[in-house]
Every structure is written in structure tokens, then in C-alpha cells.
Design a protein around this ligand. Structure first.
Ligand SMILES: NC(=O)c1ccc[n+]([C@@H]2O[C@H](COP(=O)([O-])OP(=O)(O)OC[C@H]3O[C@@H](n4cnc5c(N)ncnc54)[C@H](O)[C@@H]3O)[C@@H](O)[C@H]2O)c1
Length: 279
């Protein structure tokens, strides 16, 4: 159904890359006007310029309360309102396979972006929406916030917290016709996974390594295909549109069925990594 978001104004944080970029594009196709907010000024501004007059870029660090307040003010001034807030910006931090080796050096930054960023985005959007007939707030968590796994200790913890915060906010903001829902993606093809897993892999071997990692992940999910940013955009359009007007406080996994369980034919991670190494 095209034009599902006609007349609506949306903010997409982390909109310069990956899921945010794909979803911003889809929101525009559906008739919304979109503010792309990101710390990456160059990519964000270039992307917004490519998108035409219904898009604008606002440089924003979601971990900074004042900048998030300014983002909402900018959006309302530029496009006359705010109906959809997609709190998507996120970072993974360094991976430490064993907890005994974790130094928590990136704890503050991960929590500030992934959790405080979502909390600030929700509050600032709600402050506007509460006096203007409501709206839809969509927070991006992760299957990693539901399914425990070692390695990204702070990341997983931050994403679990996003789910709890989403539900608390949904309870509190319903009175203003503000809906708050959460999407939990897994295995979507964006730069984030390689930025954490392939740090020590030489540049010329990165593509081969990531292809092996992707194959491993796909072997662990019932639907054997790579997730795309379109898959997440589809869910975001549903939550942003009036089709979900009676839905709040939910968490929708978009994960190829991963949370349902692991197929019996799955490989072990170490086998895959070993096989990916050049002889
Ligand atoms: N790709 C996946 O498989 C996957 C799985 C689960 C969850 N997620 C979540 O989806 C969201 C988007 O991730 P992605 O895969 O598109 O990654 P990505 O790295 O492609 O995009 C993240 C964007 O967020 C921006 N960003 C980072 N810190 C910011 C800050 N402080 N303020 C504003 N913008 C900031 C980056 O510049 C980048 O443009 C993240 O929250 C991530 O945790 C992704």
C-alpha cells in the first residue's frame, strides 16, 4: 500500500546509514516528510540532499539532551509537526568474547547512545506529541536485547533496557495517544556487524570473512536469507502508520525467525571462522 504516511512528519535518528537510511527512504516513498538526524554530518547531509525537498538533515548526537531538543524544534519548524519518531541510532562497541577480558572502557558511550539516546528521543518527541494529538515512537532494540549471548556485554544490556523503557513509556504516554513500540532486528546487512567482528581482519580478507559470518548466522535462523533494511522499514511503516493505531508497548522481532529457535543443521561459529581463513 503506497502513501501510508502521507501528511506525516518523521525523525529518523542514525539516518545516514544502514537501517535508518533504508527506513528514511521508505518513509519518503510512503509520503512522509523526514528529518535525518546523525552524527555523521557528511553522509547525512549528502543523503538528505539526494532525497529532495521532503527531507532535511540535522546534525545530532542522540546522547546529548540539548541536541535532541533542538532536533525536535528544528523538525517542527521545518515541516510543521512531528508524528513519528524513530529512535534508531546505535553503536556496538568492542567485542570481548570472555567476560574476564572485558574492560568496560566503552560502557558509558554505548549506554549513552543506545539507551539514553532512545530515552531522550522518546521524551523530546513526546513533549511535542502530547500537546498535538499524539504520535508514534518506534525504538530500535535488537534480538541481542532478548536472546542472551556473550561478547557484546554492554550492547546486549543496552538493547534489553530499550525494551523495558519502551514498555514503561508506552504505559505512561498512552493518555496522550502516543504509542511506543519496539523493533528487534537481527542479521540485517549493514556496516555495524563488520565494524565489530572484522576489526582485526586484514582489509583484503574482510569480504570473505563477513560472507562466512553471514552464512553462519543464516544457518542459525529458520528463514535462510539475509535480512535487509527493507525488512525493518516494512515494520517501521506499520508502526508509524494508523494501521497500528491500537498497538503500543510491543516488541516485534524482525529476525528471520531466529528467536523461535535454531535449526538442527546449524554449524558452530569456530568451524565457520576456521573455514573462512585463507590456507
Ligand atoms: N544491522 C543489524 O543486523 C542490527 C541488528 C540488531 C539491531 N540493530 C540496531 O539497528 C540500529 C541501526 O544500526 P545499523 O545496523 O543500521 O548500523 P549503522 O552503523 O549502519 O548505522 C548506525 C547509524 O547511527 C549513527 N550514529 C551513531 N552514533 C550516533 C549518535 N550518538 N547520534 C546520532 N547518530 C549516531 C551512525 O553514524 C550511523 O549512521 C542500531 O541501533 C543497531 O543496534 C542492527
Amino acid at each position: 500500500m503506497p502513501d501510508e504516511l502521507t501528511g506525516k512528519v518523521a525523525i529518523v535518528t542514525g539516518g545516514a546509514s544502514g537501517i535508518g537510511r533504508g527506513t528514511a527512504q521508505r518513509f519518503l516513498t510512503e509520503g512522509a516528510r523526514v528529518v535525518i538526524a546523525d552524527v555523521d554530518r557528511e553522509r547525512g547531509a549528502a543523503f538528505a540532499a539526494d532525497c529532495g525537498p521532503n527531507a532535511a538533515f540535522k546534525h545530532t548526537d542522540v546522547a546529548d539532551a540539548e541536541q535532541v531538543r533542538e532536533l525536535v524544534a528544528f523538525t517542527v519548524q521545518r515541516f510543521g509537526g512531528l508524528h513519528i519518531m524513530l529512535n534508531n541510532a546505535g553503536i556496538s562497541g568492542a567485542r570481548h568474547p570472555r567476560l574476564l577480558d572485558e574492560d568496560f572502557s566503552d560502557f558509558q558511550r554505548i549506554m549513552a547512545v543506545n539507551l539514553l539516546g532512545v530515552m531522550l528521543g522518546t521524551r523530546e518527541a513526546a513533549r511535542h506529541m502530547a500537546g498535538h494529538g499524539g504520535g508514534s515512537i518506534i525504538n530500535i532494540s535488537s534480538v541481542g536485547g532478548i536472546q542472551p549471548a556473550p561478547g557484546l556485554w554492554t550492547y546486549h544490556t543496552s538493547k534489553a533496557s530499550v525494551i523495558m523503557f519502551t514498555k514503561c513509556a508506552a504505559i505512561d504516554l498512552g493518555e496522550y495517544a502516543i504509542r511506543v513500540n519496539c523493533i528487534a532486528p537481527a542479521n540485517i546487512e549493514t556496516p555495524i556487524l563488520s565494524s565489530v567482528l572484522a576489526v582485526h581482519v586484514p582489509e583484503q580478507e574482510k569480504a570473505q570473512f563477513m560472507s562466512a559470518v553471514r552464512k553462519f548466522i543464516m544457518s542459525r535462523q529458520p528463514l535462510r536469507r539475509q535480512g535487509t533494511t527493507d525488512d525493518i522499514a516494512e515494520a517501521a511503516v506499520y508502526f508509524g502508520s494508523d494501521r497500528s493505531s491500537y498497538v503500543s508497548g510491543t516488541v516485534l522481532p524482525v529476525d528471520g525467525g531466529m528467536l523461535a529457535g535454531t535449526p538442527a543443521t546449524s554449524n558452530s561459529f569456530e568451524d565457520i571462522v576456521k573455514r573462512a581463513k585463507p590456507a
